[in-house]
Every structure is written in C-alpha cells, then in structure tokens.
Design a protein around this ligand. Structure first.
Ligand code: ADP
Ligand code: MG
Length: 344
C-alpha cells in the first residue's frame, strides 16, 4: 500500500546546546547548532543535506534519530502501516520506541561505529534479537542475507571488526542499519573517511539497496559532487540554517544564493578556461554561539549590501519548489556547476 504525502517532514527544527562555564556550570550562552530548518522527504526519495563542517548537519540527523531532543520544532514521520503520522519531536524516548526501527543511521567513522568486542554475526544479529524479530535458524538466515546483501562473504560472520578495511566496515554498518527493514536511512558522511576508489563502491551499494528496498535517504555530506549523484533534492545549510533548498537540477543549473555559488565554484572543473573562477570565501564560517546580525553569511558574501547586515532574510519560495534565504535572490546572476563545467 502506498501512502500519499511525505515520509518525513521537518518543520522549524532547532537545537541549541547550552554553554556552561565556571565551578557552578552556569549557562552563559547557547550554541545554535540548528536554528530553524524545514524540509520534506518523500518515500523512497533521497534528500541531500550539504554544508561546511560545523553547520549542524550531524545534529539534524541525530534529532531525527531521536538521539538528541530538539529545542524546538517538529519532526513528522509517516509510519508505513498507514496509521496517522506522528511528531517524533514531541515524544519521550519510550513513546518513540515503536518508530525507531524505521529510521536508521550510518555514521562517518567506520572504525568507531562497530563494537570491537563483537563478531560480525553478533553485530548483525543484535537489532533482530533486541527487537525480538527473529531467533534460531531464522535469525541465522537473516544475518546471512544481510551480509550477502552488502557484498561480503558468509565466512566473514565469525570475524571481528578489526579484521576489515574501512570500506568493508562501512558495508557491515550498512547491513546492520538494514536489519529491521527501515524506511529512512540517515547516512552521515558515510564515505568521507574512505579512499576515493572505495567511496564509489559504497555509493553504488547504497543506490542498489535503495532500488531494491525502496528506502528513503537523508544523505549528509560536505561534498556537493557526491550529493548530486544521490539526490533529487538538496538542502544547503549555513550555520544552523537553510540558505537554499531546491531540486538538484535547478540548484546546479542556476543557484540563487551566493553561498551556493561559492561552494560550486570550488568543485573541480573540466573546463580549464574557467580556472581562476574559484570564489575564496573571506574569513571563517560564522560562530553559532554568536552569529552576526542580519544575514549570517553577509561578512563573507561578495554581494553584500547594507540591508544584509541589518535584516535577517527569511527562506522564501522564489520559484515553485525553490527556496532561498537571500534579499537579492531574484536579481543576482550566479553561476552554478552546470555553467562551470564541474566534474561531478
Ligand atoms: N553535544 C554538543 N554540545 C555542544 N555543542 C555541540 C554538540 N554537538 C555539536 N555541537 C556544535 O554544534 C555545531 C554543529 O555541529 P554538527 O552538527 O556536528 O555539524 P556538522 O555535522 O555539520 O559538522 C558545531 O558548532 C558543534 O561544535
Ligand atoms: Mg557532522
């Protein structure tokens, strides 16, 4: 049965981490890691979440997983059995329990995410045992199916994680995440710790699994090129906020936010005549504890005007399904990856 509407809808999601200081651990401020972001993911679709390190991507993933409780906002999830959608952000961890199997996460570091004291068989069996999904011969059958699905041999089930390469460990992490037939996989920079040649294998594996299982992905990355391979729609974040949100074709064809243009100008190009087109951003990303007034990007923006330091631009729908948070989105003529001949 297919259910109309999004699988996941995030509305104005926020996570502010308190900053403590001194012997009494007084709260002296907040890290606004995620400061009001919204997006939707349809069943079986991939949404790319992109931005520089520290912009809040992992924090978004962790809130969706239920690992962090949001400071504000909503996370609406549509259960696959057709029952009404639920707001995970308003639930206690006990209330969230029945929905947890549907949302799984694969992490960046394949060396830290697998317990070194467990064999691969135990690692893959654990979610099935904990959720009382299978035991005995059925459990063994499912574990074998999982390891084969990610292209590893059944003989490897008796080994410990240290016996594997980074790419193989990431395959094991993917297998474990698939154990309970999730509907959404949050993949947090799953290939960035791997060699380039291995990255492509993991990307292809993820695409193949998506095709077979019809699973949706929230694909988190700082690499725009990689995200384009995966995603129909892309959300671009800057210091806890969305700066641009569009389909990949629109975004790469004609970006409307100067930050998007700057990121795209740094993707390698097939056209040497465009060398020198790189936009080197001034300074560092804004401090999420004390972001600049007005548009948080204005101190680094090539096109900044007076209003940009005074008035924070809202995320506006400037064309159908194209959202931009820039005062000058309509008038700027920016070049995207398609015009720049980016290698992606
Ligand atoms: N548990 C935490 N406590 C305090 N600050 C945190 C915590 N987790 C992340 N942050 C801060 O929140 C911001 C966003 O972090 P993160 O979500 O990890 O970004 P990204 O994944 O995009 O690199 C960073 O400034 C980071 O230092
Ligand atoms: Mg991260």
């Amino acid at each position: 049965m297919s259910i109309p509407g999004p699988l996941l809808e995030v509305k104005d999601l926020k996570k502010h981490f308190p900053l403590h200081r001194g012997v009494f651990r007084r709260v002296v401020g907040h890290v606004k890691a995620v400061d009001g972001i919204s997006f939707k993911i349809d069943p079986g679709e991939t949404l790319g979440l992109v931005g520089e390190s520290g912009c809040g991507k992992t924090t978004v993933g962790r809130m969706i997983m239920g690992a962090y409780h949001p400071t504000g906002g909503e996370i609406w999830f549509q259960p696959p059995n057709g029952s009404p959608r639920v707001n995970l952000a308003a639930m206690t961890s006990t209330e969230m329990k029945p929905y947890r199997p549907y949302i799984q996460m694969v992490f960046q570091d394949p060396f830290a995410s697998l317990d070194p004291r467990m064999t691969v068989r135990e690692i893959l069996a654990e979610p099935l045992v904990v959720n009382k999904v299978a035991k005995g011969a059925e459990l063994e059958g499912r574990v074998r199916e999982l390891i084969e699905m990610v292209g590893l041999k059944v003989q490897y089930l008796n080994r410990y994680p240290h016996a594997f390469s980074g790419g193989q460990r990431q395959r094991i992490s993917v297998a474990r995440a698939m154990a309970l037939y999730p509907r959404l996989l949050v993949a947090d920079e799953p290939t960035s710790a791997l060699d380039v040649s291995v990255q492509a294998q993991i990307v292809n594996l993820a695409l193949e699994i998506q095709r077979q299982m019809g699973i949706a992905y929230l694909f988190i990355s700082h690499d725009l090129g990689l995200v384009r391979h995966f995603s129909k729609k892309i959300v671009l974040m800057y210091v806890g906020r969305v700066v641009e949100y569009a389909t990949a074709d629109i975004l790469f064809g004609r970006p409307r936010h100067p930050y998007t243009e700057a990121l795209m100008s740094n993707v390698p190009s097939t056209r040497p005549e465009l060398l020198g087109r790189k936009i080197i951003l001034k300074g560092d990303p804004a401090d999420p504890i004390n972001p600049p007034p007005g548009c948080p990007f204005h101190p680094r923006c090539l096109y900044s005007q007076k209003i940009c330091s005074e008035d924070k631009p809202a995320l506006r729908e400037i064309n159908p399904s194209h959202f931009v948070a820039c005062h000058f989105a309509e008038s700027l003529d920016l070049r995207g990856c398609d015009a720049l001949g980016c290698v992606i």
